[in-house]
Design a protein around this ligand. Sequence first.
Ligand code: HEM
Length: 391
Amino acid sequence: MLSTKSFPVIEATLPIIAERISSITPNFYNRLFTAHPELLDGIFSRSNQKNGTQQQALAGSIAVFATYLVKYPETTPETMLARVAHKHTSLGVVEEQYPIVYKHLFDAIAEDLGDALTPEIAEAWTEVYWLMAHALIKIEKGLYAQQANAEIYTPWKLVKRTETGVDSVSFSFEPADSTPATVAKPGQFVSVRMPMTDGVRQVRQYTLSDNIEQTDLRTITVKLDVNGEFSPAIHNDLKIGDVVELSNPYGDLVIENDGSPLVIATAGIGCTPSAAALQTLAANGSSRKITVLHADQEFGAWPLREQMLESISKLPEASISTWFERGELPEGLNAKSGYMNLTEALTEDAQVYLCGPLPFMHAARTQALEAGIPAERIHYEVFGPDVWPAA
Ligand code: HEM
């Protein structure tokens, strides 16, 4: 909770900080990477750095956190904190790095605001930063402690690659050392770290898409983005027998079994967590009412289609509807042309899980809210950095 001294200062300065955040952010990263170039080798994504809006996730989230402290002083934004903490732990962020980020962020704020940054304002925002940092550090320590080992990365060897849908490939890895591996939950992801052609290591998070609870096999599904850096490297350069580094499994988009009807709505490669969840629900003989909705560019592009349909066929109360932007519609599968409409599938007591690119998520979430589903029953996973806070 914010101190009574800082509360009015934050309330008064939030609009200025929110407005300046897009010019503070590049300055912050410049300072951070000049002082700590090692953070660009295997921690921060350089593709995200090139993309101006995505850069704002970190700094933007502090403004969102401050808004929250002002609006709901008794609570903390658990969902946002958990998402960031899971991402951080998958990247190996540690407590000792928080003062470093603090220094460069606040130097950037000071430079941007100049004389407008009085000691009183600086102090109030410092309080916000550390409230958030301590909340994150606490969750992150808890997450590290739940793992079967104390490593951030362990080596895993590529043993199988399977084409699944146009431009999507599933990669399966076996452990390349004897470190005990954590049992993953469906919906969780791992960080994959590997060197790019210039030797600089890059990291991406991928959902585990198959054999979820097996600790001697990790499978991820990667959609090729020809304009990206990482997915072309993994698609084109990684050969059977090659070793990459994988983190322990993290992620809080785990489907809880409270028995209420499930609506799982996904678009494109966003279906990976739902494929994992459906496989586990089928393996556990779930008799829950499950409505699966999937939208894709065309039928052939749908990744993990066979795996998902096989799981659905084993679930007695599951049904599927699909939407395709172009191409011929398949037989059955309640296939329609165009964009997804969730409304028909929603019942008041449904738990809704959404996963896909940001525009899809905005549209799907709006439909669910308009249909009267309370926000706490709408769970989502954005692929890529979550820029909702900054937006
Ligand atoms: C990502 C917030 C401290 C390293 C993020 C994201 C947020 C965030 C919102 C985006 C998560 C997403 O993808 O949805 C914060 C806040 C911090 C903090 C509020 C302090 C209070 C740190 C520290 C480090 C760090 C100390 C360690 C150097 C990273 C990295 C990413 C990240 C590497 C992924 C970014 C990328 O590669 O694009 N953080 N963070 N963060 N954070 Fe933090």
